[in-house]
Design a protein around this ligand. Structure first.
Ligand SMILES: [Cu+2]
Length: 146
């Protein structure tokens, strides 16, 4: 098998870099003015008992909740990030055990976490699970499970 000429490989690498560097916030849904997202419970620094579900309350002001797939101005749905960083504006929020989607419009949940320290943070996503611009996200809190 022949290797591609170095120039072709370089061009491909450069194209990959350009795609990765493209501004991601351009097409993001604009955030409603004064949107404010917060975790109502637990509190930052809270110590909770292991072995039982931890209730998490989602607080949101100046913005509405709509199920996933429903495009309506100034609405979105909640995402709870566990031990993860927010992805920034205009980015599709991953869907895995560290990024929980609440696509039917839930405003609270329960989670079970292993003993230790964990961070929790909320971020709103639009009808397509894409973060707003600017992002609507809560303060990241740390809790201890023991
Ligand atoms: Cu979502």
């Amino acid at each position: 098998m022949r290797k591609p000429p170095a120039a072709v490989a370089l061009a491909a690498a450069l194209a990959a870099v350009l795609v990765a560097a493209a501004p991601s916030g351009v097409a993001a849904t604009p955030a409603p003015p004064n949107a404010y997202l917060y975790i109502g419970w637990p509190n930052d620094g809270q110590v909770v008992s292991s072995g039982k579900p931890i209730r998490v309350w989602f607080g949101l002001r100046n913005m509405g909740v709509a199920p996933k797939g429903v495009k309506y101005p100034n609405t979105g749905h909640h995402h709870l990030l566990i031990d993860a960083d927010t992805p920034g504006p205009g980015v599709e929020i991953p869907n895995d055990r560290n990024h929980l989607h609440f696509g039917t419009g839930e405003t609270e949940t329960t989670v079970e976490l292993a003993p230790g320290r964990h961070t929790l943070q909320l971020v709103m996503g639009d009808d397509q699970h894409i973060t707003f611009s600017p992002p609507v996200q809560s303060k990241k809190i740390t809790i201890t499970v023991k």
